[in-house]
Design a protein. Structure first.
Length: 281
């Protein structure tokens, strides 16, 4: 019995390093699969040896390569298409101006309004696709007074602001866009209720909350509304409402080390919270 137990122990001890090495390689593979799933498309695993695990790693690398190429191609197609749409649009605008009094003022006004909307849509798609391409556009980082930025934007729409002083590193143009999108939503979808904005500093994190007293966002829609082009069914298609505003808000927050969420209570108004995190805040 003792001899048997000793043999089992010896076999176990001898096999341990081999098994440990194998599980480590599998763990590395699992981490990489998870990273790829989380959107880090440049993830690859080292291929060691020539066994089944190595072949699995090789297949993973090939698939990741293909996925990355496809996504990159799609993003650049979107960015280029939006960019290319700009020039004919500018030409149409110019032609309308030159056409002078040939057509009725109402028709000219209507055309101008539609062109302005198209222009804004292209601008948003362009920004969204650029922000999405992780390695693309660098942010124009500068030291900014975030509280002053929020105060300016709140004053534009008559929102009530309670703010703590908040100095941070960030891209002022993008952060202004982020606040503006949230305020415009509160105005557009908040049924003319008062808009309340709160700005807090929690250590190295800045939190911005924009709340309205409108119809709120149902629980099951609170994540979906951040998807590009998604609008809650029943949302009236008002001028220029395309469903890109919140996806931009989230992308801008993420590019500043934070995130954006909706936690509005149904029927009692919607609340959006944006966190901007260290090392940027
Ligand atoms: N404050 C709010 N109250 C209720 N619903 C909201 C609110 N903000 C957003 N939503 C819902 O979320 C959807 C997506 O918002 P998002 O800002 O992305 O698009 P949009 O406002 O429709 O268009 P735009 O691209 O011009 O911003 C809206 O269509 C609306 O249904
Ligand atoms: Mg919006």
């Amino acid at each position: 019995m003792i001899a048997l137990a000793l043999t089992a122990l010896l076999v176990g001890l001898a096999a341990y390093p081999v098994v440990r090495r194998l599980t480590r390689r599998l763990e590395r593979l699992q981490t990489s699969v998870e990273a790829l799933g989380a959107g880090q498309l440049s993830t690859r695993v080292p291929v060691e040896g020539s066994d089944e695990v190595a072949r699995l790693a090789q297949s993973f690398n090939q698939s990741a390569e293909r996925v990355e190429a496809l996504v990159t191609a799609q993003k650049s197609l979107l960015a280029n298409a939006s960019h290319e749409l700009r020039s004919p649009l500018a030409r149409v605008r110019m032609a309308i101006e030159l056409a002078g009094d040939g057509s009725s003022p109402e028709i000219r006004e209507e055309l101008k309004k539609n062109i302005a909307e198209l222009d804004q849509l292209i601008d948003e798609i362009l920004l969204a696709s650029r922000l999405d391409a992780v390695s693309d556009v660098a942010l124009h980082m500068e030291s900014i007074d975030f509280a002053a930025l929020a105060a300016e934007e709140c004053a534009r729409v008559g929102a009530e602001l309670s703010a703590e002083p908040a100095q941070m590193e960030g891209d002022a143009r993008l952060l202004r866009r982020m606040i503006r999108n949230l305020l415009e939503n509160a105005k557009r979808h908040g049924e003319d209720s008062p808009i309340e904005v709160a700005l807090r500093c929690l250590g190295k994190e800045i939190q911005l909350e924009v709340c309205d007293g409108g119809r709120g966002v149902p629980l099951e829609e609170r994540e979906r509304i951040f998807e590009p082009f998604y609008r809650i069914p029943g949302t009236r298609e008002r001028d220029g409402s395309v469903g890109l505003g919140l996806s931009l808000v989230r992308q801008i927050a993420r590019r500043h080390g934070g995130d954006a969420h909706c936690f509005g209570r149904e029927g009692k108004g919607a609340c959006f919270r944006v966190r901007l995190k260290s090392p940027f805040a």
